[in-house]
Design a binder for this molecule. Sequence first.
Ligand code: HEC
Length: 476
Amino acid sequence: MVPAMTSLRFLAALLVAAPSLLPAQQPSRDSRKIYAEFCASCHGDKLEGGSAPSLLGGVWKHGGDDASIAASIRDGRLENGMPPFGATVSEKEIRALVVYIREQAGHAAGRNNPAPRPAGDVAAKGKLHSFRLQTVIPGLREPYAIAFLPDSRVLVTEKRGTLRVVEKGVLLPEPVTGLPSVDSGGQGGLFDVVPHPDFARNGWLYLAFSDQQKSDPHRGAVMTTVVRGRLKDNAWTDQQVVFRAPSETFRHGGNHYGGRIAFDKNNLLFFSIGERGNQNDAQDLTRPNGKIHRLHDDGRVPADNPFLKTPGAIPSIWSYGHRNPQGLRFHPATGELWAHEHGPRGGDELNRIQRGLNYGWPVATFGMNYDGRPVTDVTVRPDIQPPVTYWLPSIAPCGLAVYTGDRFPKWKNHLFVSSLAAQELRRLEIGKDGTVIDQEIIFKGLGRMRDVANGPDGFLYVLLQDRVARLVPDGQ
Ligand code: HEC
């Protein structure tokens, strides 16, 4: 039998015959290293193909869904020279290999089909609209969020903990005084600024920020806090704490704060807190992190919140199982609450947030750890709300808007997502069935973006690293 085999088949047979290299209990390995060790010799160092087919082109002989790719790896396609790896690579590692293949294929597709990068007065051509990018507010430092007040002032938070005011189109040189002190280390900072829906009457502004304990026993621990206050001249006054988690729940470390705020039509206040780098906290209802919360505008707990009867639960929790939600907005037409969150590598999610539901982190995810090791091989579970879509490769989303203007009529009610690592502005069209029916990279490559917002003028605003810019239709 052996002489009749092609050399590929012979090699495959050898691999099958080899004793298991991986006792089940051993810690998972980096998928990139597994690929280099077990796959590159046939599929090429960069997955580009060699004696075996390329894994980059999106053409799959045995099915392109995750389960089929995993089955090819686990069970092999021995008759055609693809050895089975179920004995040497664990089920979780196979899941991470699928993520790795998708990630590399995504990067390759991006290189072959680069997204628009608007420059100067040159218009960028989009699928539905062409646009130019105009600088509106220069001279900022890592702007995090933008709010347009009914009196035509514009507020911009900066990550380092400063709130800036634009009056009659001019950025005031001095930041607002009297703000709460912000721990801006790591991913910390001053996050969202959102006016109360009745701002014109009551003047309340809401801020979310990373709040550090100043005294023992929890000195140095940090959590996202929400306050409200008013602006008098250029000073922050009348401050009231809307949400501050119990001191003993604050966490050390500088990651995953969430920090977005949104009001619904009944003036109920929703806000997000990331899991602060403690992934299991996201499933623990006695912890405030890894959750989306819901309160009255003055911080009282609504009587119909979902976990009021759960012993020990933080009463403001509305949904849980979140990793780091940095986008949270109501859809003005449907009234639905939309959120996105940073997943691990390859698991950024877009979610529709509903009362009391579990969004899965870290027990179900489409991503893997940053070091290429698996988190879990579970992507969906009946008791877990699946994402509306996920991004693989990751984009690191930060900032979300539903476009309501009329300058770009074909963009109306589409979701816009800005991002950090991928430096992209994305447009997503949601179909009647609630799924994403179209997605486009509007532009890419102008640096990290922390927010995207509707302007009162109907233009779409984006926050770049050092300025606020807006998209205007070509020719206007
Ligand atoms: C001995 C060479 C060899 C090695 C090693 C190898 N493959 Fe393959 N692989 C093949 C060949 C040949 C095919 C095409 C099989 C066919 O045409 O049915 C294939 C097919 C596949 C497919 C299915 C492709 C499709 O179009 O449906 C996947 C996925 C895959 N390999 C992944 C891997 C991964 C991941 C590894 C490492 C864990 C690996 N392979 C290691 C030779 C190899």
